[in-house]
Design a binder for this molecule. Structure first.
Ligand SMILES: [Zn+2]
Length: 362
């Protein structure tokens, strides 16, 4: 069954983007209302509405005729026509529509847009990388964006669809993932995902070049040069991290049906585990985001285990609980003598808990 949904996010445009959004909104309404009037005349004469094809044919002429349309991207032009046609089909009543459009605060982008959840940015024709407040991950395929202005604030309404499928869960295809101290993550099947070594090297280089930068005279030629160098390394690291996270999240979603993770607060993780110095840490939150939306695309499930679930203090074999100070790398159960690597044990507990939670929701 196909399900359609809309979600609204607040946009965080910079000054230049804001200005352009205002211009686009004005131009969009100009086109929309202009065609609406056209169509009314056309309807009186011909007894039917114009087709979108007929409307498209007028675009070059209108662009020459009206100064107001200078710089208006063709793709937005098309979007406004598609939008109008859609509403004409539903209502078949131009007058009613015109009333509705008088205070126009929204334009719809039906084509040539990008919705990037990893980066919390949208792009529309000729206007790239508008940040948005990424408050919720979307689970499906994005169809349209509607961009709305309200008292100087901007919002995007995202229209998306998803297929509601029954998920076929086999016993083997559960996995629990624990955040590693040394590793990026430990899986409950005994495998671990290592932080790429190349990445560490880049990180070291970044620190070194930053130190050099701090010794140079601000705004001098050498300083500018060095700053560019630092920026390049930084960009490199960002790209590299993205790549790495995409690879492992795709791997996990492809190979497992029900994926259990710890619900982490990054802040407390940084405080408690003292590994905030690494830029990789920021990757964990992004990794979870990627897992979630990729899982939905493939009809898999991500289950977040409660934040205070004692995954490192339980025996994954018999379930008894004991205190586990951070320096102990091996879990040795006082009840059943089970001996197991600390992180591996934690990931197995996460898997066990995931199975329980899955049963509850099924
Ligand atoms: Zn035990």
């Amino acid at each position: 069954m196909l399900i359609r949904k809309t979600i609204k996010y607040k946009l965080i445009p910079n000054a230049h983007q804001k200005e352009k959004l205002f211009i686009f909104l004005r131009q969009y309404s100009f086109v929309y209302n202009g065609y609406l009037k056209f169509n009314q005349h056309y309807h009186q004469k011909n007894g039917r509405n114009m087709t979108s094809k007929e409307m498209f044919l007028l675009i070059p002429k209108l662009k020459v005729k009206f100064n107001e349309l200078e710089g208006f991207p063709s793709k937005l032009f098309e979007s406004s026509i598609i939008h109008l046609n859609h509403e004409l089909r539903i209502l078949d009543d131009g007058d009613e529509l015109r009333q509705k459009r008088e205070h126009n605060d929204t334009f719809i982008v039906t084509t040539a847009f990008k919705f990037e959840q990893d980066r919390s940015r949208i792009s529309i024709p000729t206007l790239r990388d508008i940040k948005y407040h990424n408050s919720k991950i979307i689970e499906g395929v994005v169809k349209n964006l509607a961009i709305q202005e309200k008292n100087g604030d901007w919002f995007v309404h995202v229209f998306y669809e998803y297929e509601k499928k029954k998920i076929n869960v086999t016993a083997e295809k559960f996995i629990g993932i624990d955040v590693g101290l040394k590793e990026f993550a430990i899986l409950s099947n005994g495998k671990s995902i290592t932080n790429p070594r190349y990445y560490r090297k880049l990180e070291g280089k970044l620190i070194e070049e930053q130190r050099k930068l701090s010794r140079k005279k601000r705004h001098s030629k050498n300083w500018e040069k060095q700053r560019k160098k630092v920026q390049d390394i930084h960009q490199n690291i960002v790209n590299y991290r993205m790549n790495f996270l995409h690879k492992i999240s795709t791997f996990i979603v492809t190979h497992f049906d029900v994926i259990g993770i710890e619900k982490l607060s990054i802040q407390s993780m940084v405080k408690n585990r003292k590994f905030s110095k690494s830029i990789l840490d920021a990757g964990w939150a992004l990794f979870i985001k990627m897992l979630k939306y990729k899982a939905l695309e493939q009809s898999k499930i991500v289950i977040e285990v409660e934040r205070f679930y004692p995954s490192s203090q339980l025996c994954s074999k018999c379930g008894s609980k004991q205190f586990m100070p951070l320096h102990l790398r091996t879990f040795i159960c006082k009840s059943c003598n089970h001996e197991i690597d600390r992180d591996y044990n934690a990931s197995k507990n996460i898997e066990n808990r995931t199975r329980e939670l899955f049963k509850k929701r099924a």
